[in-house]
Ligand binder design. Structure first.
Ligand code: NAP
Length: 219
């Protein structure tokens, strides 16, 4: 790990699969917040998800590695997928703070929908003191609920919002398109598309009935 990194972006997500929306978001955050490096962090066993509905961590990790390979500022961490049991962001941020040192400022980047729930995350008050938080949204999206914004403000913190047009792309939509036999070209890097096809991801997995119905109706 490079100790000269003063501003580290941490791109937290399930990445099932990673897509251009994530990559554009990370690159936009790098420019906007002058980040020296962005660490992609595929999540392990999330506290709010049924692990049976998520692809194997190794698949998600490898797709993230392939997708980020050509950007010298991007790197992928196994820290959450290798951790046993449920993974909490607080544990990861404590570890990264220890590894990179007190002089490195952390910027945790993820979807605005997830950050809207941040007050219920483990040790949330400490969490927002350890890192800045960047909520990625689409242009025109109004961050809800507003009390989350106010909660940051009450603790002398500011919730950053980054509006990225490419956030219209979604992993759910990509999984549904694969299941329905539709094209995902230009939604994910070619390497990720090949990986999905080669490993027959998102085809056989028995998803919820609503996902099956959506797959049949996807454009
Ligand atoms: P999710 O529920 O899979 O995603 C919710 C929304 O956010 C989706 O629209 C998703 O789009 C978008 N999104 C997810 N990651 C993104 C990213 N890096 N950039 C832009 N948009 C993103 O969310 P999740 O992956 O489980 O959670 C996101 C992060 O928050 C993870 O690092 C997770 O560990 C952390 N988290 C921590 C706690 C806790 O510590 N208690 C609780 C919840 C979440 P796509 O589906 O297209 O990605």
């Amino acid at each position: 790990m490079n100790k000269s990194i003063k501003r580290l972006g941490i791109m937290g997500g399930t990445f099932d699969p990673i897509h251009y929306g994530h990559l554009v978001t990370a690159e936009a955050a790098r420019g906007e917040y002058e980040l020296d490096h962005v660490l992609f962090l595929p999540s392990g066993i999330s506290p709010h998800k049924d692990p049976k509905t998520i692809s194997d961590a190794q698949h998600r990790y490898l797709m993230t590695v392939f997708a980020t390979l050509t950007n010298p500022y991007f790197e992928v961490s196994r820290v959450e997928i290798d951790r046993e049991g449920v993974t909490y962001t607080i544990d990861t941020l404590r570890l990264l703070k220890e590894q990179y040192g007190a002089d490195t400022k952390l910027y945790f980047i993820t979807g605005a929908d997830v950050i809207a729930e941040i007050m219920s995350w483990k040790d949330s008050s400490e969490l927002i003191q350890l890192s800045e938080f960047i909520a990625a949204t689409r242009p025109g999206f109004k961050f809800q609920p507003e009390y989350v914004d106010q909660w940051f403000f009450q603790q002398n913190k500011h919730l950053h919002q980054l509006k990225v047009p490419a956030m219209a792309i979604s992993s759910t939509d990509i999984r549904l398109r694969v299941k329905a036999g539709k094209s995902i070209r230009y939604l994910v890097p070619e390497s990720v598309e090949y990986y999905i096809r080669k490993n027959k991801l998102y085809i056989d997995k028995s998803d919820t009935q609503s996902e099956k119905n959506e797959a049949e109706s996807v454009l």
